[in-house]
Design a protein around this ligand. Structure first.
Ligand code: EZ4
Ligand code: CO
Length: 402
């Protein structure tokens, strides 16, 4: 089954997406998400200029061999641009394999380990009261897990606080928005937020929080300790995780479960965290961490060390990634939770999909392959529009992690 054609489709139905489409001699096509928020065209070029010429004529069934060919063959390993491109190829080849064998991809990954996949939604508001109301809305929709963020008094544009309640979209056209940051003010508001949420909603709802890489290890330890009475499902990204050792310090001080990994692109970014049991959830995702093939290797290592998966699933991960993530989630034994931020109606129309949400649980559907497609004619009506994630500064003007 030779690959005869491949192309990159860049479109912006509500936000930018980069999609790889691979076609075989049998007329089967597969899709892979290659979206790297704020740096989209670099992955499009990597694929078009450097990878697609290598794909034509290859056997589409050789998924692992193609992965190794692109990873080791480039000589220059890892990095988000390279790995997003490899992820897209890997995802598209799994899609093709499923379609060729007339089976949903999860059946090729060992079959379903569970009936459906627990997801969490994003609740946010300018004030604690607003966030409490937003969490309540998710619970009325049947969600069992909700991430809660709220505005920080004295801080403009706090992370995670969107303009709508069900959508949160931080990338904007024009120059990057400059947001402000104060760790002191932030650490004053988060514990009262969760105290209130537990008081309002009782012990059963899973509550999550994302510190978005903004703390030092000792600050992360303090936050984790302060949140212990409210038993979070997880505290995400307490520190910038290039330095995996930073988690040793946090871990010594708190029993709040820790999650990290949405910006990781290979197993080499998280093997220390996993092997030393410094985290509880690994958030690597299909589009940025080497596709379904590499994510399964990370999950297998994690399974040995009592670490569960909690893949990133923000709006900048396309429905193609979401579909692939759900096949992965349904199949791996040590699945924990899946993030899901609703896409806009325009995005959902450009990417018709089989996956469905019911009462806070999702299922990828039973269509052959991934069960997701792209309407190319409709996609063409939404041209790419450059957008950047915000840049963050401390109150004195010093650049800080966003
Ligand atoms: O900021 O996907 O947990 N989710 C997140 C996201 C990220 C965006 C960056 O592109 O942290 O909202
Ligand atoms: Co996050």
């Amino acid at each position: 089954m030779r690959i005869t054609d491949a192309k990159v489709i860049v479109c912006s139905p509500g936000r930018n997406f980069v999609t790889l489409k691979i076609v075989t001699e049998d007329g089967i096509h597969g899709l892979g998400d290659a979206t790297l928020n704020g740096r989209e065209l670099s992955v499009a070029s990597y694929l078009t200029d450097h990878v697609i010429p290598l794909l034509i004529g290859r056997d589409a069934r050789r998924i692992e061999d193609t992965w190794q060919y692109l990873y080791k063959g480039a000589y220059w390993r890892r990095g988000p641009v390279t790995m997003s491109a490899i992820s897209a190829v890997d995802t598209a080849l799994w899609d093709i394999r499923g379609k060729a064998l007339q089976t949903p991809v999860y059946q090729l990954l060992g079959g379903a380990s569970r009936e459906s996949v627990m997801i969490y939604g994003h609740a946010n508001g300018d004030t604690i009261d607003d966030t409490v109301a937003a969490v309540g809305e998710y619970l009325r929709l049947g969600y069992r897990a909700v991430r809660a963020q709220c505005g920080v008094p004295g801080v403009a544009h706090a992370y995670g606080v969107g303009r709508g309640r069900l959508f949160y979209e931080p990338a904007e056209p024009g120059q990057p928005l400059e947001t402000a940051w104060s760790t002191e003010r932030y650490l004053n508001i988060v514990p009262p937020l969760f105290e209130r949420l537990r008081h309002e909603f009782g012990p059963d709802v899973h509550l999550l929080h994302d510190a978005h890489h903004r703390l030092t290890p000792i600050e992360g330890a303090r936050l984790g300790k302060a949140l212990e009475p409210y038993h979070l499902f997880w505290l995400e990204d307490p520190v910038p995780a290039e330095l995996q050792e930073g988690f040793r310090l946090i871990r010594q001080h708190t029993t709040t479960p820790l999650a990290v990994g949405e910006v990781f692109d290979t197993i080499f970014d998280c093997h220390t965290l996993i092997e030393e049991q410094l985290i509880d959830y690994i958030r690597t995702t299909v589009v940025h961490a080497g596709g379904i093939s590499h994510l399964r290797k990370i999950a297998s290592l994690a399974e040995l060390h009592h670490v569960r998966t909690g893949s990133h699933g923000a709006t900048d991960l396309s429905p193609v990634c979401m579909a692939a993530a759900l096949h992965f989630d349904l199949s791996v034994h040590n699945f924990g939770i899946q993030e899901y931020m609703r896409h806009t109606a325009e995005t959902d129309r450009v990417f018709p999909h089989q996956y469905a949400l019911d009462q806070g649980q999702m299922h990828p559907g039973d269509a052959p392959g991934l069960g997701v497609d792209i309407d190319e004619a409709l996609a063409a009506t939404y041209p790419y529009s450059r957008a950047y994630l915000p840049v963050n500064r401390k109150e004195d003007g010093t650049i800080h992690s966003w």
